[in-house]
Write a protein that binds this ligand. Structure first.
Ligand code: DLZ
Length: 157
């Protein structure tokens, strides 16, 4: 399983850049909010732990993961140093899952190629709610924590 060897929710604090001076936007999809809120809390607490000032962490709510693309592009335009996009897409009975997953992945990729600041991809694409729970504070850690660490590391570039 991909998560088995890639869980950086437990990481070495010493190698993480200091977040003082940074302004970071966290764009959060409200669809599957019980999951995305845990991812958001994991990301925010990790940024605070690494000295990002609370007022410099700004949350943008969007309705669903599809809207993360627009929300993240608005945040890029407001000169945040890094943007974290948080969503949770769960497989249903129709093909919506594929279309939304592909669109948000491509959209965020495009923002990384063309925008002013990096956009960190913290979008769960799971078969069921149990997989999402495992990745938002369960046995596979909290991908929000990992997204915050990725955001801080991108500052080095
Ligand atoms: C419509 C929809 C569906 C079926 N499933 C999800 C999902 O699992 N996760 C998610 O974040 N959003 C979902 N959405 C909502 C779309 O992302 C979007 O908000 C709507 O299609 C309106 O553009």
């Amino acid at each position: 399983m991909a998560s088995a060897n890639k869980n950086i929710s437990s990481y070495d604090d010493l190698n993480i850049p200091d977040g003082n001076d940074l302004r970071i936007a966290i764009v959060v999809a409200q669809w599957n909010q019980a999951i995305t809120n845990k991812l958001y809390i994991g990301a925010r607490e990790t940024l605070l732990k690494h000295n990002v000032v609370a007022e410099n962490i700004v949350k943008f709510n969007v309705p669903g993961s599809f809207e993360l693309i627009y929300g993240a592009s608005k945040a890029q335009a407001q000169n945040f140093d890094v943007v974290i996009a948080i969503g949770c897409i769960i497989q249903g009975e129709t093909r919506h899952f594929e279309f939304i997953s592909n669109a948000v992945t491509q959209g965020i990729k495009d923002l990384n190629l063309n925008g002013k600041s990096p956009v960190i991809f913290c979008v769960l694409t799971d078969d069921n709610i149990r997989q999402s729970q495992s990745r938002s504070g369960g046995k596979f850690g909290n991908k929000g924590v990992e997204a915050a660490i990725a955001a801080l590391k991108m500052i080095l570039l």
